[in-house]
Write a protein that binds this ligand. Structure first.
Ligand code: ADP
Ligand code: MG
Length: 275
């Protein structure tokens, strides 16, 4: 069931026939057109946790950038709640692999930054920051600078720095990529707990199929470049999920194998073409 064909009623994000051509400088100073996305069609319903998986360079980040309003389609349209995204989309929060914490600001000052931009009075900012910092177990570290925090603590800081301004949609581009395996699973668990009940939509790019399965309602598989959507899967695991023992669920193995088989076709063909 390619989920890209459903009706757009009520979708929070829609991509219709999206193509993206990047123009890069060629070898001899000429210009070279590069097709990054081809005919992408996708509907995301509000409140869903959706993962994007696919070979490197297939356009996952490009599609997130379109939702954020940072990149425009060459052809086609990406809509947010029905309206074409024509400028930076302030309704979304964006968390990338790089946590982008400001090194000269303390943890609390980093968490407060978006509220500061919005002109929220200092006492209210402080109150909100304390609440969110407590949610991720970082109370007591408010006055530490980013270089004094572990990788996991920095990720938690980046997460609450985004959650604090209550974006309707959260874009996460390989957010746990650089972390060790144990810290990743702990953060996956914390992310699900923070997300349950919020009604927020999350678009999450990952290379890790186990992570995609553990977290998501749907997994979107991209083809190799130029990327298009090959398949949308419903994850057949109930919630709440135990991310620490996700492999033990009776539906896990079969679903993982199917996803891996479909992804492998894209990766292996990419490798063969490159050699
Ligand atoms: P993914 O996130 O799936 O690894 P990206 O969306 O980052 O892939 O990139 C898709 C393709 O588009 C890649 O080949 C990348 O080099 C190219 N690309 C991305 N952004 C730009 C840009 N601003 N200018 C030129 N090429 C780009
Ligand atoms: Mg990327």
């Amino acid at each position: 069931m390619p989920g890209c064909q459903v009706s757009s009623d009520g979708a929070v994000i829609e991509a219709h026939n999206v193509f993206k051509v990047f123009v890069a400088r060629g070898d001899r100073g000429g210009r070279r057109a590069f097709l990054a996305l081809r005919d992408v069609n996708l509907l995301i319903e509000p409140g869903r946790f959706v993962s994007f998986v696919g070979p490197s360079g297939c356009g996952k980040s490009t599609l997130l950038n379109m939702v954020a309003g940072l990149v425009r389609p060459t052809e086609g349209v990406v809509r947010y709640k029905g309206a074409p995204i024509a400028a930076v989309n302030t309704k979304v929060g964006y968390i990338t692999q790089d946590d982008n914490l400001l090194p000269w600001r303390t943890l609390r000052e980093n968490v407060e930054v978006a509220l500061e931009f919005r002109g929220v009075p200092a006492n209210h900012r402080r109150e909100q920051a304390a609440k969110y910092i407590a949610m991720v177990g970082l109370s007591g570290f408010e006055h530490h600078y980013p270089h004094e925090l572990s990788g996991g603590m920095r990720k938690r800081t980046a997460l609450v720095r985004t959650l604090i301004y209550e974006p309707e949609v959260i874009l996460m581009d390989e957010p746990f990529g650089p972390l060790d395996a144990q810290t990743r699973v702990i953060l996956q668990d914390e992310l699900l707990k923070l997300w349950y009940g919020t009604g927020k939509t999350i678009l999450f790019v990952t290379h890790d199929l186990v992570e995609a399965i553990a977290l998501s309602d749907q997994v979107v598989l991209f083809s190799r470049a130029p990327g298009t959507i090959k398949q949308v899967y419903q994850v057949p695991l109930p919630r709440p999920r135990d991310v620490f023992h996700i492999h033990a669920h009776p539906n896990f193995a079969e679903f993982y194998d199917r996803l891996w088989r479909d992804l492998k076709e894209e990766i292996i063909e990419t490798d063969l073409e490159a050699t």
